[in-house]
Design a protein around this ligand. Structure first.
Ligand SMILES: *Cc1c(COP(=O)(O)O)cnc(C)c1O
Length: 388
């Protein structure tokens, strides 16, 4: 197992983003971590090796990425996967047979699909509740509850969960809390410092930030959990290739700069949309109108780059807007340098049944933006012409 090398107690986020886990290579002094594109390592005598036997289990490029993200999340251990979904599936394998999981009701569509269409049939049991009401969580706990799964802010409705308060409830019942922190990135929120047991990222999104890799990672401070995850990582084998790890590390070097711009631009667009006559309402944790704005200010250090809004006029107006944008690309995913726009009910959340969508508020007039880091005036002009 590997440990991060630059302590977050001593160094700032940007320094760790660029250096953590990435010592110059020892043979040549190459300043960038090489892509160790190998499946196996030579041994001098049977069982005598330098700590590297087979690349599903050990790869120096992957280790560098794991140490870097762990450091950014203020964690001791990082375990990387070939996708966010692979990371989620592996985390669920830390549970015993017949385990019960309480999950937020407004989660990533792929997570919902994995829980309800794959794991639900394999002896796991899930309850989906609205985490903005803590009583709902308490009421859902059974003797078999082993894990609480949450995203904060949620996708796509940007509802917040009070991570500290949920950890408090969970710890009374010996339940692990896992936070999917993809939307905030480690720059704006560090759930481990609020008491969470594991933090998960789809590195596909902000962490890589350039929309050219699929990847995932889990970080934790608990050595026993880390050992379990390493064991599952090599046993299940959903590991990322070294080339993808290298690309993600390259992306991370500008994570702090990108996140600041995502946050600044999203705030301006959110305020502008809120005042727009064709917009019914805007959901962005940085707006005072967000029902949990105070909680956002206390548990996050910024509000991120995701905005959700409801247009007046329902699907026809939403569809026209989505067809007319020129800079915003109509696409699933989020967190890249380029701006994206999408329709959750038809696109990312189509696997959530229509009744459930209606219940939690994913209506046909709902549009989600991933605000990129292009020139803000161009982005606003693009939205304006698409709305007019
Ligand atoms: C994209 C995403 C995932 C899944 O990650 P993949 O890398 O696409 O497998 C999980 N959670 C959230 C919040 C996401 O946005």
């Amino acid at each position: 197992m590997h440990k991060k090398e630059l302590s977050y107690r001593e160094f700032g986020f940007g320094t760790r983003a660029i250096h953590s886990g990435q010592e110059p290579e020892t043979m040549t002094g190459a300043i960038m971590t090489p892509i160790f594109q190998t499946s196996t390592y030579v041994q001098s005598s049977p069982g005598e090796h330098r700590g590297f036997e087979y690349a599903r289990t050990q790869n120096p490029t992957r280790h560098a990425l794991e140490d870097c993200v762990a450091s950014l999340e203020k964690a001791d251990f990082g375990i990387a996967f070939s996708s966010g979904c692979a990371a989620i599936a592996t985390v669920l394998h830390t549970l015993g047979p017949g385990a019960h999981v309480i999950s937020g009701d407004d989660i990533y569509g792929g997570t919902y699909r994995l829980f309800t269409q794959v794991l639900n049939d394999r002896n796991f049991d899930f309850s989906f509740v609205d985490f903005t009401n803590l009583e709902h969580i308490e009421n859902a706990i059974t003797e078999k509850t082993e894990m609480i799964w949450l995203e904060s802010p949620t996708n796509p409705l940007l509802k917040l969960s009070d991570i500290k308060a949920i950890v408090e409830i969970a710890s009374k019942h010996d339940i692990k809390v896992v936070v999917d922190n993809t939307f905030m990135s480690p720059y704006f929120q560090n759930p481990l410092t609020l008491g969470a047991d594991m933090v998960l990222h789809s590195t596909t999104k902000y962490i890589n930030g350039h929309s050219d890799v699929i990847g995932g990672i889990v970080v934790t401070n608990n050595e026993e959990t880390a050992q379990k995850l390493h064991f599952l990582q090599k046993s299940i084998g959903a590991v990322p290739g070294p080339w993808d790890c290298w690309l993600v590390m390259r992306g991370i070097k500008t994570l702090h700069v990108r996140m600041r711009q995502h946050g600044t631009s999203a705030m301006r667009i959110a305020k502008w949309l809120e005042a727009h006559p064709k917009i019914e309402s805007v959901v962005y944790p940085g707006l005072e109108s967000h029902p949990q704005h105070e909680l956002a200010k206390s548990q996050m250090s910024g509000f991120g780059g995701m905005i959700t809004f409801f247009v007046k006029g329902g699907l026809p107006v939403a569809r026209t807007m989505l067809e007319k944008v020129k800079i915003f690309a109509l696409a699933e995913s989020l967190g890249g340098v380029e701006s994206l726009i999408e329709h959750p009910a038809i696109m990312t959340h189509a696997s959530v049944p229509a009744e459930v969508r209606a219940e939690i508020g994913i209506s046909d007039s709902l549009i989600r933006l991933s605000v990129g880091i292009e020139d803000i005036d161009d982005l606003m002009a693009d939205l304006e012409q698409a709305l007019s």
